[in-house]
Design a protein around this ligand. Structure first.
Ligand code: GLU
Length: 308
């Protein structure tokens, strides 16, 4: 593989089945990769057993296959990569950047989202004992200040906007920011295309990569698909799961959502034909930059639903 060949990824957490909102993200990152003759990897972000729904990882894999969203190479499971994350944590600790934070939930709540660094004074005690509480990283200085989102054109903010952030949770689980940043670098991801709800995570991930002396990918964020209640469609608000018999209609809908105008006759074709058309007509410039509410869902197949 050429060192800088476009490599994209889709990285769902197995907290429930895929829905229209996650399909838009998967299709956008798939088409952007394929339109650049790139690879597209699948990473299951199953590092949080407390939020995981049993069977969701396998269901997501089947849903992607039913929509002909074919990934390259083996599926990466974060639950099997603990050694990589521990190594990254050790390097950050050796650089004197980590400290244990034992602030109570009430105190953190009262701070209103920006951590004030109260436990920083305990920075030196880390080497002598197992951390009591979560591990935070000192988030001063540079990060993604000069980087721009390749979909939205906006610059990312400073990494420390929310203060020092958590890299290892108090329950011993690796934090999303660390695992994702490490995996994007380790998997050679050149382009991250994901939902706009993760825009604010980007400076923190870039900051971690800079501290680990790893290069950041380019980041682009697609606007969120909002339900009729104005909230992000999500597994948490029980957005309907994608079903295999609606795959063509779902993809047609997702392409339109992303600003493309696929011909009506493809509505009766195979999912792969729609994706091939989408790859040929893909344009980042056509993606709207504001979140929008779903007005009309795909014309669902009235026949028997085939679950995947
Ligand atoms: N696992 C995250 C999610 O399902 C996405 C992570 C990412 O794309 O960086 O929301």
């Amino acid at each position: 593989m050429a060192p800088n060949r476009y490599t994209g990824r889709f990285a769902p957490s197995p907290t429930g089945p895929l829905h229209l909102g996650s399909l838009v993200t998967a299709v956008a990152s798939f088409l952007d990769a394929r339109a650049h003759q790139g690879r597209w990897l699948l990473r299951i972000e199953d590092i949080d057993p407390l939020r995981e729904v049993p069977g969701a990882a396998d269901l997501i894999v089947r849903q992607l296959a039913a929509h002909s969203l074919e990934w390259d190479g083996p599926i990466c499971y974060q639950s099997r990569r603990g050694a990589l994350y521990r190594d990254a944590l050790a390097r950050l600790a050796d650089a004197g950047l980590l400290y244990a934070c034992s602030c109570s939930r009430q105190r953190l709540h009262a701070l209103g989202g920006r951590y004030d660094g109260a436990c920083r004074a305990r920075r030196d005690s880390l080497h002598n004992s197992a951390p009591a509480g979560a591990l935070r990283i000192c988030a001063d200085g540079d990060g993604a200040d000069t980087l721009r989102d390749f979909i939205q054109g906006r610059a990312f903010g400073a990494p420390c906007a929310g203060g020092d952030f958590i890299v290892l949770r108090r329950d011993g689980l690796v934090a999303y920011q660390l695992a994702t940043a490490v995996d994007d670098a380790e998997q050679g991801i050149t382009h991250v295309l994901r939902g706009a709800d993760l825009f604010d995570s980007t400076p923190r991930q870039c900051y971690l990569l800079a501290r680990l002396r790893l290069s950041p990918p380019d980041y682009g964020h697609v606007p969120l698909v909002l339900g009729t209640d104005g909230h992000k469609l999500s597994k948490q608000n029980l957005a309907p799961a994608l079903v295999a018999t609606d795959a063509t209609a779902n993809l047609h809908w997702a392409l339109r959502w992303l600003g493309l105008d696929p011909p009506g006759e493809l509505m009766t074709g195979k999912p792969a034909d729609l994706l091939a058309w989408g790859t040929r007509h893909w344009s980042r410039d056509k993606i709207a930059t504001q979140p929008r509410q779903v007005q009309k869902t795909p014309n669902r197949n009235p026949g028997k639903k085939k679950s995947v």
